[in-house]
Design a protein around this ligand. Structure first.
Ligand code: ADP
Length: 364
């Protein structure tokens, strides 16, 4: 076709409101590389793919690595790396210290930070950012990874309402259309996807992963997402929320509405009382925050799915990282409130689709 690949190294970067995600394609066919390319790739290999942490805050999710991939006619592995966007300046310093500007002239980037940090990259490390639209990247990344991950990418929760019986089950996502993507990052975007390149952003909410983490830090004094999730795991949200049974004394069954007693009627609705406040632990508050944010997203997703007439709803974004509580809640709520008509789906590479799609765009 006469199409030529862009110069190596091939990175895709998604600079989000909270986390920066980096996907790196490491070719394993170095014998076909020219001398300069081989040298650069060897340097990157020594640093990036032999370590799993970088600087103070960079982490490679080694368990997500995808081997035996073919991109631009080259075979190799895909690596997935993240660090907090608040550390962007140390990251740029690190890139300088590792002589990255000598190895690459340009890098492709998506997410708001591709705009915000464009000048910093240019002036501090002489790197040109090729900017791509984040929603294009997200969808392209989902399709690429789902199709090319030989371990199963897409799954759902069976028996999500029962903590002992709940299991992850494979879902065949090869024929996905139409479906919704609910991307839960700092905020939430909802896309309606009708075909490989046919999609629209149809809704969103500012009450997202950033809200959960922010409120949790305020209410419990915790410092990290991992800590917030650990607290929530040991907490009981019914000490904080007002349930239907707290109001009705049990289930509510009238000719017009039927509500089970354990449904939340008012999130945080018990916290107006001093005594209840004193009895609520940081764990309970963390759990209630998680449940409140998750249920709100689930309920918006469900309304959008009805309006868009779709049955499959794919939840992605780093809010779902190490967060089986929210996944099971979303799965249960989608199923319960739609009388089994809708299915909540999840993807193993959670927050990396934008960065992956960005790399794909670069290859075009
Ligand atoms: P964005 O592109 O807006 O940064 P992400 O998809 O990366 O969005 O998700 C960010 C959210 O993921 C945070 O608001 C938080 O709820 C959650 N999260 C998961 N892991 C971390 C982490 N290590 N540090 C901060 N937030 C995290």
């Amino acid at each position: 076709t006469g199409h030529r690949n862009p110069p190596m190294p091939w990175f895709g970067m998604d600079i989000g409101g909270t986390l920066t995600k980096l996907v790196y394609f490491e070719p394993c066919d170095l014998e076909t590389a020219n001398e300069e390319e081989a040298e650069a790739l060897t340097t990157i290999r020594k640093y990036l793919t032999r370590n799993i942490t970088y600087g103070q805050t960079g982490i490679r999710d080694a368990f997500l690595e995808m081997q035996k991939q073919t991109i631009g006619g080259r075979s190799g592995s895909l690596h997935f790396i993240r660090f907090p966007t608040s550390e962007m300046n140390s990251f740029i310093e690190l890139a300088k210290a590792k002589n990255f500007p000598h190895l690459a002239k340009s890098i492709c980037a998506t997410g708001g930070g591709a705009y915000k940090f464009e000048d910093d990259f240019k002036h501090q490390v002489n790197l040109e950012l090729h900017k791509f639209d984040e929603l294009d990247c997200l969808i392209e990344g989902i399709h690429f990874i789902d199709r090319n991950n030989d371990k199963c990418e897409c799954y759902y929760w069976k028996n999500p309402g029962d903590s002992k019986l709940a299991t992850k089950e494979k879902f065949d996502f090869r024929n996905p259309y139409p479906y919704l993507v609910v991307n839960i990052g700092s905020g939430v975007s909802i896309l309606s996807v009708r075909g490989p390149a046919e999609f629209q952003r149809v809704s969103g909410t500012s009450l997202g992963g950033g809200t959960f983490l922010g409120l949790c830090c305020l209410l419990t004094g915790c410092e990290t997402f991992e800590e917030a999730i650990t607290l929530a795991t040991d907490g009981d949200s019914t000490k904080v929320d007002k349930l239907v049974r707290d109001i009705y004394g049990g289930d509510y069954n009238s000719s017009k509405i039927k509500l089970p007693g354990d449904i939340v009627a008012s999130s945080f609705g018990q916290m107006n009382l001093k005594e209840r406040r004193e009895n609520a632990t940081p764990q309970d508050l963390a759990r209630a925050t998680l449940v409140t944010i998750t249920n709100n997203i689930g309920s918006i997703a469900r309304m959008v799915a009805v309006r868009e007439k779709v049955e499959r709803v794919v939840f992605v974004g780093n809010f779902l990282r190490v967060n089986t509580i929210s996944m099971k809640l979303l799965a249960y709520a989608m199923d319960f409130w739609s009388q089994g008509a809708m299915k909540a789906l999840f993807l193993e590479h959670e927050g990396y689709f934008g960065a992956m799609g960005c790399l794909m765009e670069y290859m075009k």
